[in-house]
Design a protein around this ligand. Structure first.
Ligand SMILES: C[S@@+](CC[C@H](N)C(=O)[O-])C[C@H]1O[C@@H](n2cnc3c(N)ncnc32)[C@H](O)[C@@H]1O
Length: 306
């Protein structure tokens, strides 16, 4: 077991981020990981990557395969991986400019960055690490830490549309944390695309953790649009079929999802999809919800093939 000196935190705040659940999920990780038998860790719905960073700080893994359908997410990790120093310089510059402003000026600065971020969408080469892409990732991190509720949400055209968050003295980045993440990412493959692109990395020494966009717990609580694609019940079914396929290849598999029984005790959607597998409940704080009254504890599902 390798214990890094500091607790590594995600550099992006993500709706559905797993940080608060790590204490409950750690004892449920496969024994092969704890025994050093697992050589490859795969996370196809990376987002803020809380589980990835947790695993990387605890265990010796030879290979990390990380993917997400959202190109901004993958570009962000690639820039941290390939050119963290340039990214830190841009972030430092933005932070010192921002800190000198009063709240009204900070709001103007936020909308100026958002405008620049949205207008450069079509000129960005998401495959290349350039000055332009590094600036875009700094903007992503800035917007993510200064927008309302720390969400990353884009509209159907791919534009970032979250309003200003009015935080007092936000810090966009933690230098030593970002440097540690860059170090860990040296061993990682970063792929942008649908979760099935990770299938080719499967073998019996692989552990997959799936954290898909949650099935909305009610018709109104729809926090499934992290990107321009939506993740509906058909996508959940496709994911379950993929889970069965990977199970046959003897990989260890863990999957999180919302529990529809919180709203409707008769809803057995996931019991049907994952029949034959272990399904546990873990308690979580309710997902970010605009209605303050709906905050509180909620049960989530954790499905494993071991
Ligand atoms: C619940 S979030 C993951 C949260 C993450 N585990 C964390 O701790 O921050 C779900 C992620 O799935 C991604 N996603 C949505 N549809 C996808 C698909 N078809 N294939 C791969 N990733 C997808 C979204 O972009 C989002 O980042």
């Amino acid at each position: 077991m390798r214990l890094l000196s500091t607790k590594i935190k995600p550099f992006l705040k993500w709706a559905g981020g797993k940080t608060q659940l790590l204490g409950q999920l750690t004892p449920l990780l496969p024994i092969e990981l704890k025994l050093g038998i697992t050589k490859c860790y795969v996370e196809p719905f990376l987002g803020g990557g809380a589980m990835f960073l947790h695993i990387a700080s605890l265990f010796e893994i030879q290979e990390f395969i990380l993917s997400d359908i959202n190109p901004e997410v993958i570009l962000s990790y690639r820039v941290v991986q390939k050119d963290v120093q340039s990214l830190l310089s841009v972030l430092d510059e933005m932070q010192s400019e921002y800190d000198k402003l009063n709240l009204l000026q900070q709001e103007q600065y936020f909308y100026k960055v958002r405008e620049e971020f949205n207008s450069s969408l079509h000129s960005i080469d998401f495959q290349a690490i350039t000055e332009e892409s590094t600036r875009r990732v700094a903007q992503t991190i800035f917007l993510n830490h200064t927008c309302f509720n720390g969400l990353f949400r884009v509209n159907l055209k791919g534009g970032f549309n979250v309003p200003f968050g009015k935080y007092k003295n936000p810090t966009f980045h933690d230098r030593s944390n970002l440097l540690e993440i860059a170090e860990i990412l040296k061993d990682a493959y970063l792929l942008c695309g649908d979760f099935m692109i990770c299938n080719e990395f499967v073998d019996d020494k692989t552990f997959f953790y799936f954290d898909p966009p949650y099935r909305p717990i009610s018709a109104t609580a729809s926090f499934t649009s992290y990107s321009t694609s939506s993740f509906n019940d058909n996508a959940q079914k496709r994911l379950a079929e993929n889970f069965r396929f990977l199970d046959k290849q003897n990989a260890r598999l863990m999957l999180s999802n919302s529990n529809p029984k919180n709203e409707n005790p008769n809803d057995d959607f996931f019991e049907q999809l994952y029949s034959g597998y272990a399904i546990k409940n873990v308690m979580a704080a309710r997902a970010i919800n605009s209605q303050g009254s709906k905050r509180g504890q909620i049960s989530e599902l954790l499905i494993t093939n071991y």
